[in-house]
Design a protein around this ligand. Structure first.
Ligand SMILES: [Zn+2]
Length: 282
C-alpha cells in the first residue's frame, strides 16, 4: 500500500466514530446559536491564541485559505517567537493568532506556503527521526502505532529548509513521537537534548518544544523542568484555551502553552465557534 495522498483517503482508513457524529450534530446546533448571539465580540477579545493542525492534504487546501481569510477579519497573525514573548511579557493588547503544526507530514509544506501567502508565520514541530524517512514499512508502523494514521509521506530536510525560507520556525516534538509521561527523566533529557541539537545543526535554532499527544496527562512537571534545562524557550501542550495575560507574569520555565487543534475538514462555522469560545488562561 502506498501513502495516503488526500484527506478523503485518511477518513476512509480511520472510519467515523459515533462520538464524532454526535459531536458534529452538537456543533451544528451551537453554530446555529451563534447566528442569534454573534461571536464577533468574542473574536475581538485581546488574547494570544495558538492554533495547530497536523496536515493539509490537497483536498484541505481551500479550507485553509478560507479559514485564514475568515480569521484575518478580526486577528493579527504573529510568529511563534512573538506569540511566546507576548504571553511571557503579558503584552496582549489585541487579538493575536499564531499557527503551528505537529508531526512533520510532507503536506505541511503546502500549509507553510498557504500560511506565508496570508502573512502568517508558523512553527512546525518535527520528529527528527522521521524526517527524510522513505522506508514504507517503517512509515506504516510509525503512523499506525504512534499517530493512529494511515501511512503518509514525511518531510525531508530540504523541505524543512523550504519551510524556514518561507519564514517559519522549526520546533521539537521529540525524536520519535514517544509519550514523554512514559519515559524516565534520563530518557526525556537525552531525547530533548538530542532533538534540539539536531534541529539546531540543520536549521540554526530550536527554541520551541511541543510534547506529543498534548493532553495534561501526557506530560509531567519534571519533564517541564527538563525542557527548560535542555534550553527550550517554550513548551506547548494541546490543551484547549487562549492566553489573555495574568495579573502576575508567568514563570517562563514553568509555562505550558495551550493550543487549539483545528481539523481543516471541519465546517468553517464549527472552527470559528471553537476559536471564539476558547477558555481564557494566563
Ligand atoms: Zn504529534
Amino acid at each position: 500500500m502506498g501513502t495516503a495522498g488526500t484527506y478523503k483517503e485518511v477518513k476512509a482508513w480511520q472510519g467515523v466514530t459515533l462520538r464524532q457524529r454526535l459531536r458534529h450534530t452538537a456543533m451544528d446546533a451551537l453554530v446555529l446559536k451563534d447566528r442569534f448571539a454573534p461571536i464577533e465580540a468574542r473574536l475581538r477579545r485581546p488574547r494570544v491564541q495558538f492554533l495547530y493542525v497536523h496536515h493539509c492534504f490537497p483536498d484541505e487546501e481551500r479550507a485553509l485559505h478560507r479559514l485564514l481569510d475568515a480569521l484575518a477579519k478580526h486577528h493579527h497573525f504573529i510568529s511563534y517567537d512573538e506569540a511566546v514573548e507576548r504571553v511571557i511579557r503579558r503584552d496582549i493588547d489585541r487579538p493575536y493568532i499564531c499557527f503551528s503544526s505537529d508531526d512533520g507530514f510532507r503536506n505541511n509544506l503546502a500549509a507553510g506556503r498557504i500560511l506565508a501567502e496570508h502573512g502568517a508565520k508558523a512553527c512546525f514541530f518535527i520528529n527528527p527521526a522521521l524526517i527524510g524517512e522513505r522506508d514504507p514499512q517503517r512509515i506504516a508502523r510509525h503512523c499506525a502505532e504512534r499517530l493512529s494514521f494511515p501511512p503518509v509521506d514525511f518531510l525531508d530536510w530540504h523541505e524543512v529548509g523550504e519551510l524556514q525560507r518561507l519564514g517559519h520556525a522549526i520546533g521539537s516534538h521529540t525524536m520519535e513521537h514517544r509519550n514523554v509521561a512514559s519515559m524516565t527523566a534520563a530518557e526525556v533529557l537525552e531525547d530533548m537534548q538530542r532533538c534540539r541539537a539536531i534541529i539546531r545543526e540543520k536549521c540554526g535554532t530550536a527554541d520551541h518544544f511541543a510534547y506529543p499527544y498534548g493532553r495534561a496527562t501526557d506530560f509531567t512537571a519534571e519533564a517541564r523542568s527538563i525542557c527548560a534545562a535542555a534550553g527550550y524557550r517554550s513548551c506547548a501542550s494541546a490543551e484547549r484555551g487562549c492566553h489573555v495575560g495574568a495579573a502576575a507574569a508567568p514563570d517562563p520555565d514553568r509555562l505550558i502553552l495551550r493550543r487549539d487543534h483545528v481539523l481543516l475538514d471541519w465546517p468553517l462555522g464549527h472552527i470559528m465557534h471553537f476559536i471564539a469560545h476558547a477558555p481564557a488562561h494566563p
